[in-house]
Design a protein around this ligand. Structure first.
Ligand code: AMP
Ligand code: MG
Length: 315
C-alpha cells in the first residue's frame, strides 16, 4: 500500500523545497487550501498553465484564479480599488476571490486569464499553501484539483482519485476546513457576486456599506457554467428518492437513520453542511448508489452556496 500513494507527501521542509523547485521549473502540483485542493502552476509561465488545462481537460475559455501570499505581491498584475482594500482587510487571507482589472504590464500568461482583461485573485489561508507562496516570486494559477466539471477534492486522496500518478507531487494537508470553493466577487464595476461561497453577500455588503449591482455580469466565469460539480452519478434536486438504491442527501435533525440517507448536518449548521457536501457525494458514489436525490437547503447565507453547487450538479 505504501508505494501506491507514493506521490502523496506529508508536509515538511524537504517537500517544501522540492515543491518550490518544481513549481519554478514550470511543473504542477496538487496542493491543499482551506476551500478545496488546488492544482498549482506558475501563473507567469505559459507552459505550466498549459499543463493545468491539459491534465484537467478544462476548456481554455475558463480562466483560472491566481493565488498570492499578500497584497504586497499583486501591484504588478492588477489594478487596486477601494472596495478591494476594504474586503482584503476584513476577509484575507481567506475564501474570497476578487475579479479586478489586469494591468498592461502584468506578467500573468494570457492563457491563465482566457485572454480577458480581468484577473481573479485570491489569498488562501491554509498554512501549507501560504508557506509555499512565501518562498516563490511568482503567483500560482490554481483551479480545483479535479477533472473539469467534476466535484472538487477536499483531501489529497480525492486528488489522487482523479489524477493518480500523473501528478508527481500531491501534498497532504488534511481535509479542507471549508470544503467548497471560494466566493467570487467582481469588483471591476459596482460589486457583483459571481459565485456564492461561505463568505456571504450580506457580510460583504456590510463591509462595503453598499448595494450590489443587479446587472448581469458580462464576465465569463467557469464557476458559472451550468454543468459543473458532477459527482459521477445523476443528481436529482428538490425530490425524494422512491427506493433504497437511491441515496438521499438530507439536512437537519428531523431525519431518522436509513442506510441510504446521508445527513449534511444533523444540527442544521450550514457551514458544517458545506464542509460535508463533496465528502458525502464521494461516499455515495463509492458505495455504488445509482442516483442522488437531494432537497433544497435553506436559501440563505452558506445555504445559497450549497444550493448553487447542487443545482449545477443536477444539470
Ligand atoms: P474554478 O477555477 O472553477 O474554481 O472557478 C474560478 C472562478 O473564478 C470562476 O467562478 C470565475 O468567476 C472566476 N474567474 C477566474 N478568472 C476570471 C477572470 N479573469 N475574469 C472573471 N472571472 C474569473
Ligand atoms: Mg473547479
Amino acid at each position: 500500500m505504501k508505494n501506491f500513494y507514493s506521490n502523496i507527501y506529508s508536509f515538511n521542509r524537504k517537500i517544501l523545497k522540492k515543491t518550490v523547485i518544481s513549481l519554478k521549473k514550470g511543473k504542477i502540483a496538487g496542493l491543499p487550501t482551506e476551500t478545496v485542493y488546488g492544482l498549482a502552476g506558475n501563473a507567469y509561465l505559459r507552459k505550466a498553465v498549459l499543463k493545468i488545462f491539459k491534465i484537467k481537460k478544462r476548456p481554455k475559455k475558463n480562466p483560472l484564479i491566481i493565488h498570492y501570499h499578500s497584497i504586497k505581491d499583486i501591484n504588478h498584475d492588477v489594478v487596486l480599488n477601494d472596495n478591494f482594500i476594504k474586503l482584503y482587510k476584513k476577509f484575507c487571507p481567506g475564501p474570497l476571490t476578487f475579479v479586478l482589472k489586469k494591468t498592461k504590464r502584468s506578467k500573468i500568461t494570457t492563457l491563465a486569464t482566457a485572454n480577458l482583461r480581468t484577473v481573479a485573485i485570491r489569498f488562501p489561508r491554509h498554512k501549507i499553501i501560504r508557506n509555499i507562496l512565501k518562498q516563490i516570486d511568482f503567483p500560482l494559477a490554481m483551479p480545483s484539483a479535479n477533472l473539469s466539471s467534476k466535484i472538487s477534492p477536499i483531501n489529497a486522496f480525492d486528488v489522487f482519485d482523479d489524477f493518480k500518478k500523473k501528478l508527481k507531487i500531491i501534498i497532504n494537508g488534511g481535509n479542507s476546513r471549508i470544503g467548497i470553493e471560494s466566493t467570487v466577487i467582481d469588483l471591476t464595476e459596482s460589486p457583483k457576486i459571481l459565485r456564492p461561497g461561505v463568505i456571504s453577500s450580506s457580510e460583504i455588503k456590510k463591509c462595503l456599506k453598499c448595494k450590489f449591482s443587479k446587472k448581469k455580469s458580462q464576465l465569463r466565469s467557469p464557476g458559472m457554467l451550468k454543468k459543473h460539480y458532477y459527482p459521477g452519478i445523476p443528481v436529482i434536486f428538490g425530490k425524494k428518492p422512491k427506493n433504497s438504491s437511491h441515496a438521499y442527501i438530507v439536512f437537519g435533525k428531523k431525519y431518522e437513520k436509513h442506510d441510504n440517507y446521508f445527513n449534511l448536518s444533523k444540527k442544521a449548521d450550514l457551514k458544517e453542511a458545506a464542509t460535508n457536501l463533496y465528502k458525502i457525494m464521494r461516499i455515495i458514489k463509492k458505495k455504488g448508489f445509482k442516483k442522488i436525490f437531494v432537497s433544497k437547503l435553506p436559501n440563505k447565507g452558506v445555504g445559497l452556496a450549497i444550493n448553487d453547487r447542487l443545482l449545477k450538479a443536477a444539470n
